[in-house]
Design a binder for this molecule. Structure first.
Ligand SMILES: NC(=O)c1ccc[n+]([C@@H]2O[C@H](COP(=O)([O-])OP(=O)(O)OC[C@H]3O[C@@H](n4cnc5c(N)ncnc54)[C@H](OP(=O)(O)O)[C@@H]3O)[C@@H](O)[C@H]2O)c1
Length: 441
């Protein structure tokens, strides 16, 4: 007996789109068995039809550059793998208004208007699936929404940007400078010609906004996430941190504020982690997300956060879940995804309390260590470790401190006093330490 056919329209045919087409063709039989229906691509909307037709996999007649032709083609599901907002967001809205389910990998769109799109989908009896928008092939969205449904989530700690993780790995393991690591990442295809979204931490902030919304049932947009990138990181600090037993990672962190459980701390920034933390084992372009649930404890997912097939794995996974009918039912009949939830209450970055790595370039004069320690002590800081490095050729002495927990605002004030007292050269370097809740290998 022949299977029913589910027709799918796809918007975009780049890296991810081609991976999706390839999986659907090569695994057609297995997927048919899994969902009890044949999944058939009925039309692909692109901007440059000639370019898309050259790729192969799909018949030339499937491609169109005309949105009207695309939307006049029969389809029940639209897979959006074009990216960005503007016209693409318009197409997604149009698909939802026409009652078509949407599967999307588009973090930039969801991190701004996810809640609106979810409302629109519910109003028209369809759904939005978005596993590939965070962590590429890692099934973190499904894990948070379904697998950890029994838990109150207390914290998420993610390496969500493979470009930055690749660069930091090169800097820490091979002693490369930031610019040498960036050049290599671009040559290896891990970084865009314009790396701003990655190295500024914005890409990870968009992904964290989506994950935090799901985990904490509040409405979070990317601008709620305070972010600092890796573009100011110097290899000396990576080395000094290693000498004290730490590794540097760019972490995306969402935590409940223990003094006010309705308030979240949402941030992306470079972090020193103790070497025995599992996150420090995540090397190169890999991603990982640690989630702390009150019942299950620590859950960590690790894998490829980008690339043709890892990302297509997440997109096609969503597509099969929608085609099978169960995802759309969960989307419409449960409160698993945010749209009516309250706005997030965000803890300001200067109020965040954490331990810090601090490096001062101290003037080479008698008593300088004492003066710096006194100013830190007067600001209420405790010092857990101190290391003095050899004098640099410009007559300044790198002094490295690991502090106890301190409010960032208080630390900035202490830096101000220190500059006024003339004992240091330039602005000090301050990098937060991440003390994840328990459980290390
Ligand atoms: N690449 C990854 O590893 C990865 C990982 C996770 C998530 N994602 C997300 O997946 C999405 C796609 O990424 P990608 O790497 O596949 O991008 P890509 O290689 O740049 O491909 C984008 C495709 O979309 C088409 N497109 C762009 N704007 C369009 C429009 N207005 N109308 C119709 N077609 C349009 C492009 O057509 P032209 O070539 O003709 O311009 C191209 O075929 C993005 O949202 C991205 O954030 C990607």
């Amino acid at each position: 007996m022949s299977q029913p056919v589910i027709e799918v329209g796809m918007i975009g045919y780049g890296t991810v789109g081609q991976g999706v087409a390839s999986l659907l063709i090569k695994q057609a039989r297995a997927y048919g068995l899994r969902v009890g229906a044949e999944i058939k691509i009925s039309k692909v909307l692109v901007r440059d039809r000639a370019k898309a037709q050259k790729v192969g996999f799909l018949g030339a007649d499937l491609f169109t550059d005309d949105a009207e032709t695309f939307f006049n083609t029969p389809m029940q599901i639209v897979v959006e793998v074009a990216g960005g907002r503007g016209a693409v967001e318009g197409h997604v809205r149009r698909a939802l208004e026409a009652g078509k389910h949407v599967v999307t990998a588009n973090k930039a769109m969801l991190a701004e208007v996810g809640a609106e799109l979810f409302t629109l989908a519910r109003e028209h009896g369809c759904s939005v699936a978005f596993e590939a928008s965070c962590g590429g092939g890692i099934p973190i969205v499904t894990s948070l929404k379904f697998g950890m449904m029994a838990n109150r989530i207390d914290g998420i700690y993610g390496i969500l940007n493979g470009t930055c993780n690749y660069m930091l790995t090169e800097m820490s393991e091979k002693g490369k400078t930031y610019f040498a690591a960036l050049k290599e990442a671009q040559e290896a295809g891990f970084a865009e010609a314009d790396p701003f979204m990655d190295v500024s931490g914005l890409d990870a902030a968009q992904k964290l906004a989506i994950l935090a919304s799901l985990a904490f049932n509040v409405k979070v947009v990317a601008s709620d996430v305070w972010h600092e990138g890796i573009d100011q990181i110097q290899r000396d600090d990576i080395r000094f941190g290693q000498e004290l037993g730490y590794e540097l990672k760019l972490l995306a962190i969402a935590e409940r504020n223990i003094e006010d459980l309705s308030q979240l701390s949402l941030r992306v920034h470079p972090c020193f982690l103790k070497k025995n933390q599992m996150m420090t084992q995540v090397r190169g372009s890999f991603n990982a997300v640690s989630v702390y649930g009150h019942a299950v404890g620590h859950v960590m997912l690790y894998g490829r956060g980008a690339g043709m097939f890892p990302t297509a794995s997440a997109v096609v996974g969503d597509l099969l879940n929608v085609a099978g009918g169960w995802y759309s039912k969960a989307f419409n009949e449960t409160k698993l995804v945010y749209d009516q939830n309250p706005l997030v209450k965000v803890l300001p970055a200067e109020d965040l309390v954490s331990r810090h790595y601090i490096r001062f370039n101290a003037k080479d004069v008698p008593g300088v260590v004492g003066k710096i320690s006194t100013i830190l002590g007067e600001a209420g800081l405790t010092i857990n470790a101190l290391r003095q490095h050899e004098k640099s050729p410009n007559a300044f002495v790198p002094l490295v401190f690991i502090t106890g927990p301190v409010r960032r605002g208080a630390l900035e004030r202490a830096f101000g006093y220190m500059k006024d007292s003339g004992v240091i050269d330039r602005d000090p370097v301050a990098i937060r330490l991440a003390d994840m809740p328990g459980e290390s290998i």
